[in-house]
Design a protein around this ligand. Structure first.
Ligand SMILES: Nc1ncnc2c1ncn2[C@@H]1O[C@H](COP(=O)(O)OP(=O)(O)OP(=O)(O)O)[C@@H](O)[C@H]1O
Ligand SMILES: [Zn+2]
Length: 620
């Protein structure tokens, strides 16, 4: 059946339905005489009536011959012993129980609706398979695309994410004056990807960009695209872009981009995902097919950028990423200020104290906290919210978050702080040319309870054996610090161990850097397509080679661990002091850190192990 035939079917059906409805109502009202009961009795006695129907409220029926142009009548029912009276007059009669005209109407419509619905769903699926958006324009996505002419949100409503805001100011300016940018030939990103954990305000920022620029905001969630029949998602994407272009300048915001932008063609059932793939392909082609000078910019949000299809991140698509991280203490203070405006807080409330009690809270958690505290105050009948309300609310929320494994407890926090400071101190000691940018104990991403960012200051093409050994030492320094301070090690170092082992193994099997194995090249550089266990070519050199390689790798790791431990032991009080500071402030930036770096001391023995003759001394 092609589309035209389907349409004919629709018309036929609607027409039929119309005729039936017309008959029911027109027949009953237009040509229907309203009789009083006595009139009715008179007609009855005179034998004018052909047949009648009795229900609880009315008697209706038809005349043998039209009276005053009407061939039907209706009269309110009065007499209950009606049947008796009817008997002598030779009239057809029957009683029905019904709810009056409305019930009659529903009685007609309900089955028709059910029928229509079933039929509609059946053909919708059919039509969508053909990728034409469905016979009744089901592809028009107006129902689920949220359009806001003016979001009313400004950058002032978004706090604690200054870096992200700075990056987006340019987008706002562009949307305000698209002409100016294109005249100068400046490159404006078509798509900006907001990356960060849930509740950190990605949606809020996107709406603020629209609000600041004063443009329309079209938003849809990636997961909504794929809950549909095949082909509908793609039609929606097309439709979304069409609508946005008509309203340009505008912003399109796709929340949960990962739901639709997952890597294509992987997974056990990739055949079953053709709907998502089709939708993603459509999105890619829309991204390619428009020009930002039309005044439409696409923002998308995800908390799992690593699973996105690389095609989405290519130049000319979502080629700019903006990190929206959980706020640190100062950020939390700012966010709290934004939300406190909405409530009446009394003078006992210290925003700073609330901020320091809420490590790990996202913006959404903080908004929730303010609301919860206000609720507690209302419940106890107070006129304003007190510090105690806040403390109680914090306790509740923390309990909830801990249950969901979203927050770490104070003991764990202390371990994480020493672990991260271990990385940072050894990093500063061993590779002074690579400054540590930031150390943080704010959980980030999946599984990472803290992080240390070390930035290479220049591109390196050649690494010496000592460079690599030092790198391993920095990676193992987290564990070394745990061991030194707590006499106990944790699972927190798992990721570090993977990286350290990879480097050590490459040193042994690819770079000829172990005395044990010498210059034998055992592994070729890793091929990402092959399972490493299959390519373990140390087996090629006889069964004992694998063992010798493992021993050499272990040796490198142990030496590096010993080096890290030596450095930390020598600087133990500095480690403890700075870890306390990290616990209090949660993040230490490069300014803090360069002050700390001055205080690191290294013995001659360590210097000899760690530095080669061509690492110049003035670096330290
Ligand atoms: N930086 C912030 N400043 C002020 N309020 C914030 C901030 N971050 C979050 N909020 C509050 O939390 C609410 C939810 O945030 P939003 O929905 O924007 O987070 P999100 O990052 O998009 O989350 P998700 O990833 O779960 O979609 C906001 O409406 C706002 O009230
Ligand atoms: Zn670590």
């Amino acid at each position: 059946m092609n589309k035209k035939q389907q349409l004919n079917l629709v018309y036929l059906f609607v027409a039929l339905w119309g005729v039936v409805l017309f008959q029911t109502f027109w027949g009953h009202t237009a040509s229907q005489a309203q009789l009083s009961y006595s009139e009715f009795e008179r007609y009855l006695q005179q034998g004018w009536l052909k047949d009648l129907v009795v229900d609880q409220q009315t008697i209706r029926g038809s005349f043998k011959e039209p009276i005053e142009g009407k061939d039907h009548f209706v009269t309110p029912r009065v007499d209950i012993d009606l049947a008796e009276k009817l008997a002598p007059y030779n009239v057809d009669y029957k009683g029905v129980v019904s709810g009056g005209p409305l019930a009659t109407l529903i009685g007609w419509i309900a089955p028709a609706l059910v029928f229509f619905l079933v039929w509609f769903l059946m053909f919708r699926k059919f039509a969508d398979k053909q990728g034409m958006g469905g016979m009744m324009n089901i592809g028009k996505s107006k129902a689920k695309v949220l359009v806001e002419k003016d979001t009313g949100v400004t950058f002032d409503d978004v706090a604690g994410v200054d870096e992200a805001k700075e990056e987006l100011v340019e987008v706002v300016q562009f949307l305000k004056e698209p002409g100016r940018y294109s005249r100068l030939g400046a490159h404006i990103p078509k798509g900006v990807l907001l990356v960060g954990p849930p509740g950190t305000g990605k949606t809020l920022i996107a709406r603020a960009v629209a609000g600041e620029a004063g443009v329309a905001f079209f938003s849809i969630s990636g997961s909504e695209f794929i809950e549909m029949f095949v082909g509908v998602g793609a039609a929606r994407v097309r439709d979304l872009f069409e609508q946005a272009k008509q309203h340009a300048p505008a912003i399109i915001f796709i929340d949960e981009l990962d739901a639709l932008g997952r890597v294509r063609g992987v997974g056990p059932m990739s055949g079953g995902h053709d709907e998502r793939e089709q939708t993603l392909n459509q999105l890619l082609s829309e991204l390619d097919g428009f020009n930002p000078s039309e005044g439409v910019i696409i923002l998308a949000a995800t908390n799992r950028p690593e699973i996105l299809d690389p095609a989405l991140l290519r130049a000319g698509r979502f080629d700019r990423q903006v990190l929206v991280d959980r706020p640190d203490k100062v950020g939390r203070e700012q966010i709290l200020r934004v939300h406190m405006k909405k409530i009446q807080a009394d003078e006992t409330v210290s925003i700073e104290a609330v901020a320091s009690l809420t490590t790990g809270f996202s913006g959404a958690d903080l908004a929730n906290l303010v609301n919860e505290a206000a609720l507690l105050a209302t419940r106890r009948g107070a006129d304003s919210v007190s510090m105690e309300d806040f403390v109680n609310a914090i306790e509740r929320i923390i309990a909830g978050l801990e249950k969901k494994n979203k927050l770490i407890n104070p003991q764990e926090k202390a371990v994480v702080a020493h672990h991260e400071m271990g990385h940072a101190l050894v990093g500063m000691a061993l590779s002074p040319e690579q400054p540590i940018q930031k150390v943080s104990i704010i959980p980030r991403g999946v599984g990472a309870l803290g992080y240390t960012i070390q930035r290479p200051s220049e591109d390196r093409y050649l690494m010496s054996k000592k460079d690599l050994q030092n790198r391993i030492a920095v990676l193992l320094a987290g564990r070394a610090a745990e061991q030194l301070i707590f006499r106990e090690v944790t699972t927190g170092a798992a990721d570090d161990l993977v990286k350290a082992t990879d480097i050590a193994r490459a040193m042994v099997t690819q770079y000829g850097m172990s005395d044990e194995i010498g210059m034998l090249s055992i592994d070729t550089p890793k091929s990402p397509f092959l399972d490493p266990s299959i390519t373990d070519s140390s087996l090629r050199f006889g069964p004992d080679m694998a063992q010798r390689v493992s021993a050499a790798v272990s040796q490198l790791l142990n030496d590096a661990f010993a080096l890290a431990t030596d450095i930390l032991t020598l600087n133990q009080s500095l480690l403890e002091e700075t870890a306390q500071r990290l616990l209090a402030e949660e993040t230490l930036d490069d300014q803090h850190l360069s002050g700390i770096k001055q205080k690191i001391s290294l013995s001659t023995a360590i210097q000899q192990v760690a530095f080669s003759t061509f690492t110049s001394a003035e670096n330290h």
